[in-house]
Write a protein that binds this ligand. Structure first.
Ligand code: HSE
Length: 429
């Protein structure tokens, strides 16, 4: 007896939506064999019906309003691919869940801001809410944490999860061009989000980290507690200095449960160039998961783009077609704890760059300010001297971020320091 098809309603026909349409067509037989039933598209919605997308959507019912997709009787699963933390995406997902329809989404901003409420709404109506495509594109990291590694106590999750930032940073190193030139290049290649701050400000990657932290530590998503720092302050000389010392600069996310609470940070870090994370090139993503039983798992792959992101969407869709049910963040929403946020408490060495007035005693004053904040100097580097100021790099011994912040505050207000000092954590991953 043939099984009834699973009927999708797709809200949003941008790059990822078109990718999902292509997979459903191209792999119809393969999907049916794996899911045990056909997977079909019943209805679609997007901003413009007539736009040429390179796929024929004439056979699918059309809705101008995406929320109407979530109300259709012939839709079993709403695939939300519009993006945005609020507005139509939120209304569509809420309506779908309230109507007991399963939801598959790639929307990290929506879940980072409303994940707990949506997980509760899904459970209240018996629907399933899945979001593999929201984190690290084609890498099945949500499934890895929720399913394959569910027998572990997770100790730490780390990742380079914004391909655009990694592209800019690795191209700065390869081409010896500054941040602004590579930002423009990324823009021309269409890599940047409509609001580039989401990428270069670390927000997009911070959203992803907050979702992984919720699953890893059984806590409520708390994006507001992520310490965020973007890559705009990174200069070519930082990348070159780091390379000379055997490091590369990456926008690194780290989430770990400490004695003082949940630490979540997304910031540029110096990583050993030979480590898997340090060696990561271009737009590729990498997630490193550490658990008490497995020690370390490294997942690497494409973090964005039509094929990889649509692949992640379809992994969730096939699960639903198979009847597989799992709580949004891997355990019932009511059991997710409210974690106490902790600032980076684990001490680390820091790279501190500043521009000094080239005057007698300037260096002594800087050394004293660092010492007064409890920051001990390990190494100092100085080259590229341009009168009347001199660039200076300090590498510190391990210290707390709070001590570095105190030192930066003292340095920034002292007239011997010509420009705002920049500190980058050195992470021995
Ligand atoms: N803009 C993201 C990136 C992909 O560059 O990795 C979507 O989250």
């Amino acid at each position: 007896m043939s099984q009834s098809p699973l009927r999708l309603g797709i809200a949003g026909l941008g790059t990822v939506g078109v990718g999902v349409v292509r997979i459903v067509r191209k792999h119809a037989k393969l999907l049916e064999a794996r899911a045990g039933r056909p997977i079909e598209i019943a209805a679609v919605s997007a901003r413009s019906r007539d736009k040429d997308r390179g796929v024929d959507i004439a056979h699918y019912a059309w809705e101008d309003d995406p929320v109407a997709i979530a109300r259709r009787d012939d839709v079993d699963v709403v695939v939300e691919l519009m993006g945005g933390s609020d507005g139509p995406a939120k209304a569509t997902v809420e309506t779908a869940l309230a109507n007991g329809k399963h939801v598959v989404t790639a929307n990290k901003a929506l879940l980072a801001h409303h994940g707990q409420d949506l997980a509760e709404a899904a459970e209240a109506s018996g629907a399933v809410l899945r979001f593999e495509a929201a984190v690290a594109g084609g890498i099945p990291v949500v499934k890895a944490l929720t399913e394959g590694l569910a027998g572990n106590e997770i100790t730490r999750v780390m990742g380079v999860m914004n391909g655009t930032c990694n592209y800019i940073l690795t191209r700065m190193e390869a081409t010896h061009q500054g941040y602004n030139a590579l930002f423009e290049e990324a823009h021309k290649l269409g890599y940047l989000e409509a609001d580039p701050q989401l990428d270069v400000g670390g927000i997009d990657a911070g959203h992803k980290l907050s979702l992984l932290a919720a699953i890893a530590f059984g806590t409520r998503v708390d994006f507001d507690a992520v310490e965020l720092e973007g890559i705009e302050q990174i200069e070519l000389r930082d990348i070159e200095e780091a390379a000379e010392m055997g490091y590369r600069i990456k926008l690194l996310g780290v989430a770990q449960m400490t004695g003082r609470g949940l630490e979540q940070r997304m910031s540029p870090c110096l990583l050993p160039a030979a480590s898997p994370l340090g060696a990561l090139e271009g737009g590729t993503n990498m997630v490193v998961i550490e658990g008490d039983m497995v020690e370390q798992i490294v997942l690497r792959g494409p973090g964005a783009g039509e094929g990889p992101t649509a692949s992640a969407v379809m992994g969730d869709v096939i699960d639903l077609a198979r009847g597989f049910r799992v709580a949004t963040f891997g355990q019932p929403a009511a059991t997710l704890a409210k974690a106490k946020p902790a600032r980076a408490v684990v001490p680390a060495p820091y790279y501190i760059r500043m521009e000094l007035q080239d005057k007698p005693g300037a260096m002594a004053k800087v050394a004293a300010m660092l010492g007064d904040a409890g920051v001990s100097i390990d190494r100092m580097r100085q080259h590229g001297h341009k009168e009347p100021t001199a660039p200076v790099i300090f590498v510190t011994h391990k210290c707390a971020r709070s001590q570095v912040d105190e030192a930066l505050e003292r340095l920034a207000t002292n007239p011997v320091v010509a420009s705002a000092p920049v500190a980058i954590r050195i992470e021995e991953v």
